[in-house]
Design a protein around this ligand. Structure first.
Ligand code: PMP
Length: 392
């Protein structure tokens, strides 16, 4: 028997962009000491207070089937949090709890598109986006953004490129660039969605990690409330990547459909995980501040080092756990640069090409390694680029 075309073409063929990552892991298994600056996972684990809550609620009986929309108290808390951060009236009816942001992205695209319709997203992009769109039988369309605009989309380009599409997926703070979209960009996104009658799917899983500028959700803008689904998650904000808990916030009638989708796909999120997430959110800001602090500190360390030279320019990042570097001065594409860096210096970074075409000639550095190692790695990257540039 053969698997369906839908599933066998999910990745779109070709390289999946993870070659450098896999090679680094192989080298590590073979005994090499590798500085890994590749994946977006904290170098700390879930806080003990959250684990204690998980244990307590599991022992208290939250181990049976959970109710499909999510625990009412968690939905209320997510709604209150969204309302207080955006000023948009939000209730539990606007919230469905999902197994992480990834499942929320899938659900939102299921709600936004019919089979064969176009679902647009911005390049560079988080690696799963095109596959998620193919998984719902929609057609992915990448919209190029440019380094000279710090990879923020421009209004006229967006309006032209999304004509005839059903949805536009945006992500701020952005993975891979770390860029926090400014008001002009969010206005441009809203203009394209309204002009072309699109759903806006707004991936805001990094919304607690803002180091410069302000987080603006497209849902806040005039004319956007009924056409926006916000994807949120506890993964990045509370170092709960393995717990798989997130949500979609959107219009009530669409959330009702997503609750039906959950009944027929995930069958909900374990109750003890939801109650631990509730506990974490009720702790207030200190937990997310503590989780984000290393990234804020390391971003500054990296930018201070880059300030001392002109060859390697950082993309103007303001959030998340990444800094993207323009290494075009080395005269190589990002992928060859990353392979050479791994082979010669045992430092693993993600090539910009792993995230689409727009970030070619760049590398993404994840700020998920000890400060001293990170500083040493950046110094090596700068020296390596300098040597390559001098040989051109
Ligand atoms: N969106 C973005 C931009 C991400 O970087 C990630 C995880 N790396 C996700 C969504 C999904 O995260 P999760 O499913 O763990 O919530």
């Amino acid at each position: 028997m053969r698997a369906s075309t839908r599933i066998s073409t999910l990745t779109g063929g070709g390289s999946d962009g993870w070659g450098v990552f896999y090679k680094a892991r192989q080298m590590k298994d073979a005994g090499d000491e590798i500085t890994e600056l590749t994946i977006g996972e904290h170098d700390i684990r879930t806080h003990a207070t959250i684990l204690d809550a998980m244990h307590k609620y599991a022992k208290d009986g939250y181990t049976g089937y959970a109710i499909m929309p999510g625990e009412p108290a968690l939905r209320d808390t997510v709604a209150a949090r969204v309302q207080s951060r955006t000023g948009v009236p939000t209730t539990r009816d606007n919230v469905v709890i999902t197994p992480g942001g990834q499942s929320a992205l899938f659900a939102a695209h299921m709600a936004a598109t019919n089979p064969g319709e176009t679902a647009a997203y911005l390049d560079p992009y988080y690696a799963t986006y095109p596959g998620t769109i193919r998984a719902v039988s929609a057609t992915p369309k990448a919209i190029q953004t440019f380094p000279e605009h710090s990879f923020m989309p421009q209004r006229d380009d967006l309006i032209a490129a999304t004509k005839g599409a059903a949805s536009l997926l945006v992500n701020t703070p952005n993975n891979p660039t770390g860029v926090v979209y400014d008001a002009t960009t969010i206005n441009a996104i809203a203009a394209a969605c309204i002009e072309n009658d699109l759903w806006c799917i707004s991936d805001e899983v990094y919304d607690t990690q803002i180091w410069e500028g302000d987080h603006i959700s497209p849902r806040q803008l005039d004319g956007m409330l009924d056409r926006t689904m916000v994807v949120g998650s506890m993964s990045k904000s509370h170092a709960m990547t393995g717990s798989r808990v997130g949500w979609v916030v959107g219009p009530k009638d669409t959330i009702d459909e997503l609750i039906s989708l959950a009944t027929h796909t995930t069958y909900g999120v374990p109750g003890y995980i939801q109650m631990a997430a509730l506990h974490a959110l009720n702790e207030g800001d200190w937990l997310e501040t503590e989780v984000g602090a290393p990234f804020e500190r390391r971003r500054k360390l990296v930018l201070d080092l880059l300030d001392q030279q002109n060859l390697v320019q950082p993309v103007r990042s303001g959030g998340a756990m990444y800094v993207m570097l323009d290494v075009r001065a080395a005269g190589m594409d990002g992928e060859n640069f990353a392979y050479a860096l791994l082979e010669q210096h045992k430092i693993a970074v993600m090539p910009g090409e792993s995230f689409g075409n727009a970030a070619a000639g760049h590398i993404r550095v994840a700020l998920t390694t000890d400060d001293d190692l990170l500083v040493e790695a950046i110094q090596t990257i700068l020296k390596f680029t300098e040597d390559l540039a001098s040989k051109r």
